[in-house]
Design a protein around this ligand. Structure first.
Ligand code: HEM
Ligand SMILES: CC(C)=CCC/C(C)=C/CC/C(C)=C/COP(=O)(O)OP(=O)(O)O
Length: 285
């Protein structure tokens, strides 16, 4: 396997977004942002996310082989005769991530980072993904731990706002993934993975996305309701939320691949929009 293959195992583009969520948790509660500590936090989250992604590649290599989107991945395409060796990389990354969090911040940050990796690598990948369409509803908590880790990096005692934002990220994940699952329905059916569109169909999935996103947008306004963020955030959360719900509504009216892709990409735009809304509110509000 090449270096490029090992980097591919880490799913770094997703890890960068996970790190961004930790940054969101940090800036939401920090009185003063220390750029060097923020960079260390982001690196620790990237290490934790990469660890669970490497394990996910290892554990899922059999089903990845069956899906057109994933069959060319390093372990699925048998770039190595001894895939088990990547578990040492996953372990090293996890120890490096948790050790960085413990050394530069505190035990709470390290615990949240570990739990994020555990929820993705074990709860979602091993226990749920192949068993139930609820896999993403429960496994989606993985990303929530990134926000909690970011808040705890400032002060574990300032837990309310990071908790409220982590509820938002928890509810964001199903809408994010189910949109993609509509696009990948045939792939998942080939691999016998019980994703919602495979089990209940595209229309039911589009309906579930809309219902879930109503809860998501409602939850995103909790920081305003609790007075932990101001109207700049509220306006941003309501604006981006309304735009995301409109996209979800179009997908329900026309549950095709075009709107599914728009919703998947829109889920990322929405999440970045929430991050910007937090940033503006804590700096301007
Ligand atoms: C267990 C929860 C999650 C599941 C099952 C999930 C599922 C997926 C899948 C299957 C992809 C396509 C990956 C590919 O084709 O390479 C993807 C892409 C992506 N996900 Fe998620 N996701 C989850 C949580 C998250 C979280 C927490 C974030 C960030 C906060 C996130 C951000 C992204 C991004 C940025 C991409 C596009 C990356 C790329 O194009 O390579 N996801 N997600
Ligand atoms: C704090 C911390 C370390 C959090 C971890 C957050 C995290 C990495 C969440 C999972 C993101 C993801 C790529 C899921 C896809 O898995 P999949 O197996 O459904 O996707 P695939 O089919 O593309 O492999």
């Amino acid at each position: 396997m090449t270096i490029r293959s090992y980097v591919e195992l880490m799913k770094l583009r997703i890890g960068l977004m996970v790190a961004l969520m930790a940054v969101m948790g940090y800036v939401a509660v920090a009185d003063r942002v220390d750029p060097s500590r923020l960079a260390i936090l982001a690196c620790a989250m990237l290490l934790g996310s990469a660890s669970s992604s490497v394990f996910n590649h290892f554990y899922d290599r059999d089903i990845d082989r069956l899906m057109s989107r994933t069959c060319r991945r390093p372990l699925a395409s048998r770039q190595t005769e001894h895939p088990r060796h990547v578990l040492w990389l996953a372990g090293f990354l996890l120890v490096a991530g948790c050790g960085t969090a413990l050394f530069f911040f505190n035990m709470v940050v390290a615990l949240h980072l570990f739990l994020g990796a555990f929820f993705y690598g074990i709860v979602y990948t091993v226990w749920l993904k192949r068993r139930t369409w609820l896999n993403i509803v429960i496994g989606g908590a993985a990303g929530s731990f990134a926000v909690l880790a970011g808040g705890a990096a400032v002060d574990p005692g300032r837990w309310l706002l990071p908790c409220l934002l982590s509820i938002t990220l928890f509810l964001w994940t199903p809408s994010h993934f189910w949109s993609l699952a509509i696009l990948l329905k045939d792939d998942y059916a080939k691999a016998n993975i019980p994703m919602l569109p495979v089990v209940h169909g595209v229309k039911a999935t589009a309906r579930a996305i809309l219902i879930n996103s109503v809860l998501l947008v409602g939850a995103s306004l909790l920081p305003l309701a609790f007075g932990t963020l101001g109207w700049f955030y509220g306006a941003g959360a309501a604006g981006f939320g309304g735009w995301f719900l409109w996209n979800n509504w179009q997908l329900l009216r026309c549950p095709d691949r075009v709107w599914a892709r728009k919703n998947f990409l829109g889920s990322m735009i929405y999440l970045v929009g929430l991050f910007v809304a937090v940033l503006v509110d804590v700096n301007v509000g």
